[in-house]
Design a protein around this ligand. Structure first.
Ligand SMILES: [Zn+2]
Length: 263
């Protein structure tokens, strides 16, 4: 099982990331991807990936998450920082991210759009996939994607939305990250979409926890962990004709196609 989105570099895990990884490994996690949030963390992510490699292989992505942008962020300076970080990276990043648009935060949407667009272009120049964050922003996100000539795919992480929106992303060559939200029985709309996707587009789904955020159903109030990834697989199996093993196997193949260029 691959956790395609886990913020293991954040302070929440600083004391016990080795324990956390041991638990994840025991639970069947074979690899995880730590996406970038802000320039100040990029070094830390690489260190973590190096230190953790004896327990579980870790892939990293570098990018600037909309949450952490300054209100007047200079997008040209951001690209220069990314350029340097990619040149100097001791572990080759597999993607640009986490980048995106969020309608629930104070950072002006125009700032977010500028920073998203330059990072999408950067990913295209580097021929790398992207990791996209959305919150009430599907329409704008799809619009931003159309402005990139030939993007290299990627994932819409923590996907929730309608079948139509899901198809729009899939038609742009993107994968959809499925995480803790679907474990909640009350998330009936998202579960309906997922059931449809599991039947029609199993080749476009990735597993994720978004730990330490997005607690799984039944584990509210507890910090989320990559060790709980199987909860997502179990929900997916319950919503489909696929067995847990089949889900693990096709999401692993999808991950390798998306981020490793493995056909
Ligand atoms: Zn995230």
């Amino acid at each position: 099982m691959i956790d395609s989105h886990c913020h293991l570099d954040l302070a929440a895990f600083s004391n016990d990331w080795t324990d956390e990884l041991q638990r994840a490994k025991k639970a069947g996690v074979t690899r995880l991807l730590v996406p970038g949030t802000q320039a100040g963390q990029w070094q830390q992510q690489q260190q973590l990936a190096k230190d953790a490699s004896s327990i579980i292989p870790i892939d990293i992505a570098l990018g600037a998450h909309p949450y952490f942008l300054h209100h007047d962020e200079d997008e040209k300076a951001l690209v220069r920082q990314l350029d340097v970080a990619f040149e100097e990276a001791v572990i080759a990043p597999v993607a640009v991210g986490e980048i995106g648009l969020d309608s629930h935060i104070d950072v002006p949407i125009e700032t977010q759009k500028r920073c998203l667009q330059v990072q999408l272009n950067f990913a295209q120049q580097r021929q790398l996939p992207v990791i996209l964050h959305h919150r009430k922003s599907h329409h704008r996100l799809l619009e931003a994607l159309t402005k990139v000539n030939r993007h290299c795919g990627g994932v819409v992480h923590a996907f929730s939305g309608s079948i139509e929106v899901a198809k729009a992303y899939i038609h742009k060559g993107l994968y959809l990250g499925i995480g803790g939200t679907v474990t909640y029985p009350r998330a009936s709309k998202t579960r309906d979409t997922l059931a449809y996707l599991l039947h029609h587009f199993p080749g476009h789904l990735l597993l994720e926890t978004d730990a330490p955020d997005m607690p799984m159903f039944g584990r509210q109030g507890k910090q989320n962990s990559p060790a709980y990834l199987l909860d997502v697989v179990q929900t997916m199996a319950a919503l489909s004709e696929h067995s847990e093993q089949e889900i693990i196997s096709f999401t692993t193949a999808n991950y390798n196609r998306c981020f490793k260029g493995v056909e």
